[in-house]
Design a protein around this ligand. Structure first.
Ligand code: ACO
Length: 422
């Protein structure tokens, strides 16, 4: 069977044949047929807008790999900082490389005093932490004159380091302001996740349970990248204008703020709370199936038509966390929901399985994070994924400023009537 596709323009009889490589064919075929012809593809459902060597995702088989490494192995054997290095550099670090990377990240955790004193103090007392976070990421860039020097590799590396290192500080700053608590400075003797937990709650060096520290790190690993989702696409589209990476990351974080993207685990907690007890689960499922109630939140995925591999790891991590915190009372409802849904033909026939959000909210809640922080907890580790894609974009000779076309459906030119004669 030839690995080509031939498109015929029936208006002119012109044919163009192009190769199909890895299931993709170039849209230049359409341009060759007729440069004024465009493809209509809302939400980019059938469009690959870039080549990428960062994350591999096979939704039918439930496979997720970063730079070729299965997510299961990374979650079991690596730390978030190792995974961050892998995503950015394509290889896991050697012990020496890791020591340097860790020490550099650790030395960049502090933020300018004006960020915490003047910038954050300007927010309304009940501002949403994610709204503050989006703005704080953009504001951070204004403190660095070299942020715009994106042609310079050393400057790019510097901004990446700053963004990765300062995200936990910004996240905890936004949280503590939103609940009226004073800022906690980074503690550079602590690991990346322990420092974050300490800045959230000022726990003290020796009181952070290593199981919670590890659970935080695993959740960071699971959220570090997920190829061309809405936030990453925002990062690439905005980054393609060659703006500084802080502004692009702020745009990506803004995309993540939306309930259709980063807000689903919050919706899961609300749903479980409303269901209230396992006796109500069958009735709730019937309501979902009838289409009259809400969807089963935390189930289904645009790409995964299989159990989301991250959900399996999150579920296991939940048990580790509950050993320390005590069980989240909503867990039994979640387990019952999963059991009922996975044996019901409605969900089986539509290939609806738990996604990463089904259990992650239960962990965050058990650890003491308020629901409003859930999206911030997603953005913090995802920053490294955004930055890996930003680097890849800038190095890709195929890329230009993003500029899709439109299908114009408004009125055509009207007869000329002078506006002031109307
Ligand atoms: N509960 C009940 N039915 C569902 C669900 C669900 N969670 N998800 C999809 N369906 C049904 C749809 O009603 C539709 O049924 P139909 O064919 O009878 O009309 C069918 O399954 C296909 O649904 P689509 O909306 O076409 O699937 P799509 O790929 O567009 O949606 C999405 C994916 C948005 C994630 C969807 O499954 C959903 O709304 N899930 C709940 C929200 C959620 O958990 N989001 C988090 C996603 S993961 C992340 O962003 C990190």
């Amino acid at each position: 069977m030839p690995d080509t596709i031939t498109i015929t323009d029936d208006r002119t009889g012109k044919k163009v044949t192009v190769p199909i490589i890895d299931g993709v064919f170039p849209a230049t075929a359409v341009r060759e047929l007729d440069p004024s012809l465009y493809v209509y593809d809302p939400a980019f459902m059938q469009t690959a807008a870039c080549k990428s060597a960062i994350t591999y995702l096979d939704g039918e088989a439930g496979i997720l790999r970063y730079r070729g490494y299965p997510i299961e192995q990374l979650a079991a054997k690596s730390t978030y900082l190792e995974v961050a290095y892998l995503l950015l550099n394509g290889q896991l670090p050697t012990p020496d490389q890791l020591a340097i990377w860790k020490s550099e990240v650790t030395r960049h955790t502090f933020i300018h005093e004006n960020m915490r004193k003047r910038f954050v103090d300007g927010f309304h007392y009940d501002a949403h932490p994610m709204g503050m976070f989006v703005s704080a990421v953009a504001a951070l860039g204004t403190f660095y004159n070299d942020a715009k020097e994106i042609e310079d590799a050393a400057s790019r590396d510097k901004q990446i380091l700053r963004l990765v290192a300062k995200m936990p500080t910004l996240a905890s700053m936004c949280y503590r302001f939103s609940v009226g608590l004073p800022f906690v400075y980074p503690d550079n003797d602590l690991s990346f996740p322990a420092n974050f937990l300490n800045m959230m709650w000022k726990i003290g060096e020796y009181d952070i349970d290593p199981r919670l520290e590890r659970a935080m790190d695993v959740l960071f690993i699971l959220h570090a990248d997920h190829e061309q989702n809405c936030g990453t696409t925002a990062m690439r589209v905005v980054g393609s204008s060659h703006v500084d990476p802080y502004s692009s990351c702020a745009a990506a974080a803004a995309a993540l703020y939306g309930p259709l993207h980063g807000g689903a685990n919050e919706a899961v907690i609300r749903m479980l709370t409303e269901i209230g007890s396992i006796e109500h689960v069958p009735a709730f499922i019937e309501e979902v199936k009838s289409g009259k109630g809400s969807r089963l939140m935390g189930f289904g995925h645009r790409v995964y038509k299989h159990y989301d591999p991250r959900a399996t790891i999150v579920k296991q991590t939940a048990y580790d966390v509950f050993e320390v915190t005590g069980k989240n009372p909503l867990l039994d409802i979640a387990l019952k929901l999963e059991e009922v849904a996975l044996s019901d033909d409605y969900f089986i026939s539509r290939k609806l399985y738990p996604n990463v959000d089904f259990y992650s909210g239960l962990i965050y809640q058990a650890m003491g994070f308020p629901v409003a922080m859930f999206t911030v907890l997603f953005a913090l580790p995802r920053t490294v994924g955004w930055l890996a894609h930003w680097q890849e974009l800038l190095a890709d000779p195929d890329q230009k400023i993003s500029r899709p076309r439109q299908w114009y459906v408004g009125p055509q030119a009207r007869d000329y009537v002078p506006i002031d004669a109307r």
